[in-house]
Design a protein around this ligand. Structure first.
Ligand code: NAP
Length: 541
């Protein structure tokens, strides 16, 4: 192991390579350095921030409340930082992450504008050899993938897309300069969380906005507002207690201990109405069985569909916007501002692709089975190759040259979501098999990084060189993740959680639905139990 002073070298050997400088990579770097390990971070962007660096589309903001969507590891940091809105906009989250990078002097170990292309394990040296698109080559005992769950933007295979004569933007890879929609006929493909935030703002300035919708989503109003001093003090006055509870539950929502049919129809409606008026994801926690029981879920879905009819003047448009093919919440619930109301604007048209599928993108616009829509600016809000995409874009090879792509060809396999057998000392932060995208990502990241860094520290203390998941433990974990998912309604939707948005991707429910508190306990018990399910080997002499 090298000492802390060496961490700023551009030496060709470090203790750990970290891929990505978003929330996960920054925290991993900070914690490794604090324990005296040297680390080098590679980041494709020109700055820190990860998903918050790339996602600059109009309206981009987080739908976890800002007082909760932040690191908890530093009392000073959480006390000094001031959020200005209930739900922080992208620009403010990015400023926060830049502040963190400066405050903890992280930049000196980050190589920006550098994409990792290959990560190969060498059995003889027990080191990972990492190469970048700039030709840099570095070896490391540990490799930490902080590549994000929703970072590999997906451009759909629409015939003729390369022939489009206007401007094309993907919400997940937005330009750093302002995009002007004034006087332009804008088309947007997709109605997921990103589109739902962008649509109301684009509609305000575009000459015309055509929304191409394949699957309508449930959209809960955000009720975003300036962060009031009382709410800020509520958090700051007792951050340790709030954070410790959040570590058990993920996000500080108001969870109910009642099932939907424990109360009568009137009480149910009142509960939904109260949460709808408050805004945000709290709505889906109105009853404890919304994710478990279809009949309970239907009561929440019916409530939202009624609100869509209230908001949208044209009944045919309201019906087209009403989700009917999946239970509420089983595709990621969306949180928006004035989303449904936007469809009352005379300059907005909804095209339901279920009725008229896209046949091609032409130089002049979008050709559906019914007609051609003339478009000057095309926005692809078409999502991500979620959870595995960013990992599999790299050429990752473990023992015996096995590629991760081969190993995961029938879906991701790993133990605790942290390590995949045959790839020793390679850790994945918030990947498949962990709660990640189903909970507050910052909490999930801190839990993973803390566990990983403690594990690396334990190996050093014991004179061990490698840790690898055992195939049996991995099989058992994959089975557990799958079994837990099938106790819920989640598998009933064609969602990115299942890889259903990517043609040809194995259909496996990827995140762990068991909750962050339960998951944390399992991970801690494994560590306390001499890393049960992992194989540790002694250092080479
Ligand atoms: P998404 O949820 O995957 O939505 C992609 C949209 O594009 C869907 O409506 C999808 O339709 C459509 N689409 C994809 N390919 C298409 C094709 N070939 N033809 C027509 N339509 C197509 O992606 P996203 O909106 O970027 O959001 C991804 C995730 O990022 C969210 O679920 C959330 O976890 C996170 N996110 C969070 C926030 C927030 O905090 N507020 C904001 C943005 C994103 P189908 O549904 O039919 O596949």
């Amino acid at each position: 192991m090298t000492d802390k002073d060496k961490s700023s070298d551009t030496a060709l050997r470090v203790d750990a390579v970290i891929v990505g400088a978003g929330f996960a990579g920054l925290y991993a770097l900070h914690q490794l350095r604090r324990r005296g390990f040297s680390a080098r971070v590679f980041e494709a962007g020109r700055g820190v921030g990860g998903v918050w660096y790339w996602n600059r589309y109009p309206g981009a903001r987080c739908d976890v409340e800002s007082m909760q969507y932040s690191y908890s590891f530093s009392d000073e940091l959480q006390e000094e930082w001031r959020w200005t809105e209930r739900f922080a906009p992208q620009s403010e989250i990015l400023s926060y992450l830049n502040h963190v990078a400066d405050r903890f002097d992280l930049r000196r170990d980050i190589a920006f504008e550098t994409r990792v292309t290959s990560v190969h394990y060498d059995e003889d040296t027990r080191l990972w050899n990492v190469r970048t698109d700039l030709g840099e080559s570095i070896s490391a005992q540990f490799c930490i993938m902080a590549t994000g769950s929703l970072s590999a933007a997906r451009v759909p295979d629409l015939p003729g897309i390369e022939t489009f004569a206007g401007d094309t933007y993907h919400t997940g890879d937005w330009p750093h300069s302002d995009v002007d929609f004034a006087g332009r006929r804008v088309g947007i493909i997709g109605t997921g969380s990103s589109a739902i935030q962008a649509i109301p703002l684009v509609a305000k300035t575009a000459a015309h906005l055509t929304v191409f919708q394949r699957t309508p989503n449930f959209v809960i109003p955000a009720r975003n507002q300036a962060l009031d001093a009382v709410a800020e003090r509520f958090w700051k006055d007792d951050y340790p207690a709030h954070r410790s509870r959040a570590r058990e539950i993920g996000t500080f929502y108001e969870f109910s201990d009642k099932a939907a049919f424990d109360v009568d129809e009137e009480e149910r409606a009142q509960e939904y109405a109260r949460r709808w008026a408050e805004g945000g994801v709290n709505f889906v926690h109105a009853f404890k069985d919304i994710y478990l029981d279809k009949a309970a879920n239907d009561t929440a879905a019916d409530f939202v569909r009624a609100r869509i009819r209230d908001a949208v003047r044209d009944p045919a448009v309201a019906e087209a916007l009403s989700p009917r093919d999946h239970p509420l919440g089983t595709k990621r619930i969306c949180v928006g501002s004035d989303y449904y109301e936007t469809f009352n604007r005379p300059n907005v048209t909804l095209v339901s692709l279920r009725n008229e599928p896209i046949e091609a993108i032409t130089p002049a616009g979008v050709q559906t089975s019914a007609r051609e829509y003339a478009i000057d600016t095309l926005i692809l809000a078409t999502g991500y190759d979620a959870m595995t995409g960013a990992l599999l874009r790299m050429d990752i090879r473990g023992r015996d040259g096995q590629t991760l792509r081969e190993k995961w060809s029938a879906g991701p396999r790993n133990y605790l979501g942290l390590m995949t057998s045959g790839f020793p000392n390679l850790f994945i932060i918030t990947g498949p098999g962990s709660p990640s995208v189903l909970v507050n990502m910052v909490i999930a990241i801190e839990q993973h990084v803390d566990w990983i860094v403690a594990c690396i520290d334990a190996l050093r203390d014991r004179g061990m060189s490698t840790i690898d998941a055992s195939p049996d433990a991995e099989d058992a974990w994959v089975g557990h993740v799958n079994a837990e998912a099938h106790l819920t309604l989640f598998p009933q939707a064609n969602s990115w959680y299942l890889g259903a948005n990517i043609p040809g991707k194995a259909r496996v429910f990827m995140p762990y639905v068991g909750g962050i508190g339960r998951y944390r306990k399992i991970c801690d018990e494994v560590a306390a139990n001499d890393y049960k399910g992992f194989r540790l080997s002694l250092a080479l002499s």
